[in-house]
Design a protein around this ligand. Structure first.
Ligand code: MLT
Length: 263
C-alpha cells in the first residue's frame, strides 16, 4: 500500500480505482482498515483514498493534534496526490475532521459524507469523560480503552451474528498507540461546534447512521440532514456505530447511489 512523506511524517493510505476522488476518514481509535470491507464492495468510476491519520495505523507522527490540524494534513496529502476536488467522507471522528475541512476549503469539495457522526461539540460531561479516558490510556494502555468503548461500537445484531466484525474491530482498537489515543481524545474534547455551520455547506451531503448506533441517535443524524441545504439521510439496518464494517453491502449501495447523484 502507498505511503507518502510530508514534513518528515509518513502518511499511509489505501487507494483503489480511478475517477473522481472519494476520500474516507476513519474514526477513533481506528485506522484505514475499517474501510476494507467497504472498499471490497465499492465499484464504479471513483478513486477511493483512505488515509491513516497522524499516528494511527501505519502513519507515523506523534504530538498533539486538533481536528483543524488533521483537516489541514488531509488537505496537504490530497494536494500532493492530485486528489482535489474530492468527495470527503468521515466516520465519527473522521466526520469531525470533514466538518473542519468543509469550513477551511469548501472549494475543494464536490460532496460530503457524514457517517455515524455529529456536528455538536462535547458537552461538559463528555469533556470530563475524555479527560478520564486520557488518564486511563496513560495508565493502562490501548486495551483498556478498547474494553471501555467496544460495548457501544457495534449493534447487537452484529455481535450476535457476525462475531468476526467484533474481533476485527477489537484488534484495530487495541493496536492503536496509547500516545495517539491520548492526543486524539484531547483533540476531540477541544473541537469546535459546527452546528451553526451546517446551513452554509455548499455541496451535496449524505448523512448516514446505523439504526442502533449507541453513540449517535437517529434524531441527531436527522437534525444534521435538516440543517444542511442539500442532504439526504440513510439509516443502515442492523448496524451500530461502525456501519461501514457492520453492513458493508448496504453502505456501499448507499454511497454508490449518492456518488451517482454528484454533478
Ligand atoms: C469515533 O468513533 O470516532 C468516536 O466514538 C468519536 C467520539 O468519541 O466522539
Amino acid at each position: 500500500m502507498p505511503t507518502t512523506m510530508r514534513y518528515g511524517q509518513t502518511m499511509h493510505y489505501l487507494e483503489q480505482g480511478q475517477g473522481l476522488p472519494v476520500v474516507l476518514l476513519h474514526g477513533f481509535p481506528l485506522d484505514s482498515r475499517v474501510w476494507e470491507p467497504l472498499l471490497l464492495r465499492l465499484k464504479g468510476n471513483h478513486r477511493f483514498i483512505a488515509p491513516d491519520l497522524r499516528g494511527f495505523g501505519q502513519s507515523t507522527g506523534g504530538g498533539a493534534f486538533t481536528m483543524e490540524s488533521a483537516a489541514d494534513e488531509v488537505h496537504g496529502l490530497l494536494e500532493q496526490l492530485g486528489a482535489l476536488p474530492c468527495v470527503l467522507g468521515g466516520l465519527s471522528m473522521g466526520g469531525y475532521i470533514a466538518l473542519e475541512f468543509a469550513q477551511r476549503c469548501p472549494k475543494d469539495l464536490k460532496g460530503l459524507m457524514f457517517i455515524d457522526t455529529k456536528a455538536q461539540a462535547d458537552t461538559a460531561d463528555a469533556r470530563q469523560a475524555r479527560d478520564e479516558m486520557i488518564d486511563l490510556v496513560r495508565r493502562e494502555g490501548a486495551k483498556a480503552v478498547a474494553d471501555r468503548m467496544l460495548p457501544k461500537m457495534l449493534g447487537d445484531d452484529t455481535i450476535r451474528r457476525r462475531p468476526q466484525v467484533l474481533r476485527d474491530l477489537q484488534a484495530i482498537m487495541e493496536s492503536c498507540p496509547a500516545e495517539t489515543i491520548a492526543h486524539a481524545l484531547a483533540g476531540m474534547r477541544d473541537r469546535e461546534d459546527h452546528t451553526a455551520n451546517l446551513a452554509s455547506i455548499p455541496v451535496p451531503a449524505l448523512v448516514m447512521v446505523g439504526e442502533s448506533d449507541a453513540l449517535i441517535p437517529i434524531a441527531t443524524a436527522e437534525a444534521m440532514r435538516r440543517e444542511i441545504p442539500h442532504a439526504t439521510l440513510a439509516v443502515i439496518e442492523s448496524a451500530g456505530h461502525m456501519a461501514p464494517m457492520e453492513q458493508p453491502d448496504q453502505v456501499a449501495s448507499v454511497i454508490e447511489s449518492f456518488l451517482r447523484s454528484i454533478p
